[in-house]
Design a protein around this ligand. Structure first.
Ligand code: CA
Length: 264
């Protein structure tokens, strides 16, 4: 499926027909598999889009009974499980997964709506590894997914991003260029990490605000330009090629040709 992101009124990244998402370089078999069980269409689509951009293989199911069946046929590496579902409830699915030897230790993140606070506690008691309360921040959820997968299946999580002579370690937050350590501010680091994950993909300022700053933060779009300027200053020395592309009228991208230019 070819999709491109647009920002929903709620400020989340949503896909739209158009351009392809850059895939992780690893083959599909190596990608961690995530099952999303969510009956709210818009949320399900948004989760799929963001998880695929992180390099996961994603399957979505919108009904509790269907999820139960699917989980008997195949075991993913992680389940994102909504609480309130048509058919079996999230909590019942969680209880069943914990009751079977094959899925006893399967990582589960529950998604609950506000006002289900006491239910959250029940969710954890039933054996979920973590929970998020809707509406949640996408970068925050992605960080939790990564943290849980790293604990459960360390070999499946990519911690090093590499392009040309730039290396970014997502575990230690260290960035090097040509072996030289770069000192980035926290925002510049997140911006570089965000852009490097999908080389070639152009993000609007609004999408960068959502993906890097988070959707609950209200800052002016000009802020993005300021931080891109700081990022460039921190990573480029006099004769270095600039890996960040400014796309007029659209936004910014990590130049997918950067790797080739460096090699040549
Ligand atoms: Ca629901």
């Amino acid at each position: 499926m070819n999709i491109e992101a647009v920002v929903s009124p709620r400020g989340m990244l949503l896909p739209r027909a158009g351009t392809a998402i850059a895939r992780n370089v690893k083959g599909d078999e190596d990608m961690p598999k995530i099952l999303v069980v969510e009956d709210e269409d818009a949320l399900s689509v948004m989760l799929r889009y963001n998880l695929e951009a992180e390099g996961y293989a994603v399957e979505t199911v919108a009904n509790g009974d269907e999820a139960d069946l699917r989980l008997r046929e195949t075991t993913p590496d992680l389940v994102l499980l909504d609480w309130m579902l048509p058919g079996l409830s999230g909590i019942e699915i969680c209880r069943r997964l914990r009751g079977r030897a094959e899925t006893e230790r399967l990582p589960i993140i529950m998604m609950t709506a506000r006002g289900e606070e006491t239910e959250r506690i029940r969710g954890l008691a039933t054996g979920a590894d973590d929970y998020v309360v809707k509406p949640f921040s996408v970068p925050e959820l992605m960080a939790r997914v990564r943290a849980i997968l790293r604990r459960a299946k360390p070999e499946t999580v990519t911690t090093q991003l590499r392009a040309g002579d730039i290396e970014l370690d997502r575990e230690t937050h260290r960035v090097r260029r040509g072996g030289r350590e770069l000192h980035l501010g926290p925002t510049e680091y997140r911006l570089l990490e965000f852009l490097m994950k999908t080389p070639g993909r152009v993000y609007s300022r609004e999408q960068l605000l959502d993906g890097v700053w988070g959707r609950d933060v209200y800052v002016d779009e000009r802020t993005v330009d300021v931080h891109v300027g700081r990022l460039r200053k921190a990573i480029n020395r006099a004769k270095d090629k600039d890996p960040i592309r400014t796309v007029r009228g659209a936004g910014y991208a990590f130049d997918e040709k950067f790797q080739l230019k460096q090699a040549g």
